[in-house]
Ligand binder design. Structure first.
Ligand code: PHE
Length: 360
């Protein structure tokens, strides 16, 4: 065996025995590194006769290639083994049954928002949004609510703290979703058909009022939209939402500064020993305010009231949820009682659609 065969045997044995990448790297440096044994021998070639150089040079190159190849192969084998080990340790049985008791549920408010959005989307309404901390202008002035209007009084509205030196009126927690009418008009112009679901705030607390509650604003603006369109849309909506044909609505003349004429809408229902039923009985529950948009509101949104007209409405989401799902006390919605949430909550993966069914 000549010297090169010995070298070869030494390094190949070392490679076979190596158990990790670090020892492979050590072997590589010892053999092929700048100061490695084979590299040093290469450097000796210069001192040889041309014939010696040819045979020894070729043999050294072959040896170098062989060691290099063996190193790579071993490195790959080590990596494969590491991956196999990791896969084995991270193995999961995805066929294990889930634990239904730990599953969360969709809150009835979220469920009703999704249902209402699905119904109006089906009628061609897009979804718009606005901030919950709103400027005095958007919440009141732009909606034709004069400074002396009772809605502005401290006992209804939550005002944000402000610097006493600041002459501007303080921002408010929006008292309704109507400011989104103005924002949507400014952003999108006319003609337009939007709804705006969201949280609103008023200082009030009893069985049917909480200081934070939810509304869905609706607005449709065009060249010839009338009160008749409003009535049809609301009736269609109630039929679809309550999933019954015999819903009875009562349009009551009313007043809002931002609509003219205005109507409040009640739905026929009964309260029999704490059970709420819709479509029957002698009771009426107010569920929304509505009307034809006031010309001043259109102007505030940058729309010419001589060219466009339309209707707007604001529906109380929480009331709808109480009615549809027979929930007698509004305050329970926000108490986060797990037993209540499990009882009234909805399965997380059942998305309401008009074609697939809203609540089942
Ligand atoms: N913003 C009114 C309220 O909160 C509801 C409403 C909206 C009335 C749109 C008319 C038109 O009571």
């Amino acid at each position: 065996m000549d010297a090169l065969d010995l070298l070869k045997a030494k390094y190949l044995d070392g490679i076979i025995a190596a158990s990790d990448e670090a020892s492979l790297e050590e072997i590589r440096l010892a053999a092929l590194g700048k100061k490695g044994e084979i590299s040093l021998q290469m450097r000796e070639l210069g001192k040889m006769t041309p014939e010696e150089r040819q045979t020894t040079g070729a043999a050294l190159n072959r040896l170098k290639d062989e060691i290099d190849g063996a190193l790579r192969a071993k490195k790959e084998a080590l990596a494969d083994a590491a991956l196999d080990a990791r896969l084995a340790s991270e193995w999961l049985d995805v066929t294990l049954p889930s634990r239904p008791k730990r599953q969360g549920t969709i809150h009835p408010i979220s469920q009703v928002m999704d249902e209402v959005t699905a119904i109006f989307a089906d009628m061609g309404f897009a979804v718009a949004e606005g901030p919950q901390v709103e400027s005095d202008w958007y919440n009141f002035d732009a909606l034709n609510i004069a400074p002396e209007h009772p809605a502005r009084q401290e006992h209804d509205t939550f005002f944000m703290a402000r610097n006493a030196a600041d002459p501007r009126p303080p921002h408010v927690l929006r008292t309704h979703t109507s400011p989104v009418q103005i924002r949507a008009l400014q952003d999108r112009g006319a003609p337009i058909r939007v709804i705006a679901p969201g949280r609103v705030y008023r200082m009030d607390m009893d069985q049917t009022h909480t200081p934070m509650f939810h509304q869905i604003e609706g607005m449709a603006l065009g060249k010839d939209i009338s009160m008749a369109n409003l009535k049809w849309v609301l009736e269609e909506f109630c039929r679809a939402f309550f999933e019954v044909d015999d819903v009875e609505l009562r349009f009551r003349a009313s007043h809002f500064p931002f609509t003219e004429p205005s109507a409040e809408v009640d739905i026929r229902c009964s309260w029999d020993n704490g059970q709420l039923k819709i479509g029957e009985g002698d009771g009426w529950m107010e569920i929304l305010g509505s009307g034809m948009m006031h010309p001043k509101v259109l102007a505030a949104g940058g729309i010419d009231p001589n060219e466009y007209q339309g209707f707007a409405f604001g529906i109380g989401i929480d009331r709808l949820a109480m009615l549809k799902y027979g929930i007698p006390d509004l305050r329970a919605f926000f108490e986060s009682d797990l037993r209540w949430l499990r009882h009234y909550g909805f399965a997380a993966l059942d998305l309401p659609t008009v074609f697939g069914g809203l609540s089942k």
